[in-house]
Design a protein around this ligand. Sequence first.
Ligand code: CP3
Length: 342
Amino acid sequence: MSYKNEILLDVFKKKATERPPIWVMRQAGRILPGYRQVRASVSGFKELVTSPDLIAEVTVEPLEILGVDAAILFSDILVIPECMGLDYEIIPKKGPAFEKVISSPGDIDDLISGREAVDRLGYVFESITKTKARINGSNPLIGFSGAPWTLFAYMIEGGGSKTFSKARRFLYEHPEASHRLLDMISETIIVYLQEKIKYGVDLVQLFDSWAEMLPVEQYLEFSLPYVNKILAAITGVPKIFFPKGAWSIIPHMKDTPMDAISIDWKTPPSYVRQHLGDDIIIQGNMDPCYLYASQPRIMAKALQTMDEMGQRHIFNLGHGVYPDTDYTHVQTLINTVKTHRY
Ligand code: CP3
């Protein structure tokens, strides 16, 4: 498939580009006026996330208003716990809330996984078809999933947490059951991402948003092997892995079958190069709070970041853009990157 703007795919093809490609994590929700209008017109987040026409609309909005180089399919990482049998709600100003959680190993028996679970996500695949039609050959479309540990954490906690101590406790109390659940989540993610690719997403990103919660030893036992298995099973499209906050794991990722690593704002790119070499593409890593600074300061920071990163860089933030960010500041960032030349 070829697109009018292929700069993001060119980086993965190892072509020299005149500037880094740019997209912004969480570009599709939160900050844009069209999103807010659509969001206000529905009963709740769940209605939006299951409505393919609305998904297509909010997915293309950042291409039109921000001018990013790629779209990311509007969805949520929590569709996986849901299709496995744990329904969730998003409570405004609070976040995710699950009706049922996994509180003992026996609860895992009630879940479904793999193809049977993914068959419940027809609305996601229909939204890919609708979004591709709206994009009409202009830009690539990114698909995503949460990583197994991050989804496991939500399934045990039943929502967000400062410490994820229930989820960590479960790992220590029930290591075998933890592996069983992580295996089921991983099998489901593999089928889900393969299906998204079949429907036309051009690259995928795996979000391990709560990677930073685990000690190295536990990350190496309960997260990284599952990430490696998923990334090895996904072929045919470029793969980005985002182990948020887990800089201490980076030296252990030499064999992780990813094409790019997305890094948060605390991880120095030189540290990643030192451990993972010159071949890996680095995505990131401007502090999302920088977008609250004045426009000249944002421009200066963008130029400094591009100087520091050099080639094999996808410009992005170190985490999702915060909801109260002024989107004209995001436009300034994107224009600065798009007019820069190496
Ligand atoms: O650009 C985009 O926003 C694309 C779609 C997207 C959403 N969630 C939509 C959403 C993506 C890529 C996600 C991923 C996601 N969801 C992650 C991983 C990325 C990260 O930020 O670390 C995580 C941890 C979640 C779980 C989740 N979903 C939380 C914690 C919340 C609450 C509030 C929030 O905005 O983060 C959600 C709900 C949610 N998912 C909203 C959006 C736009 C906001 C709810 C609303 O508009 O009512």
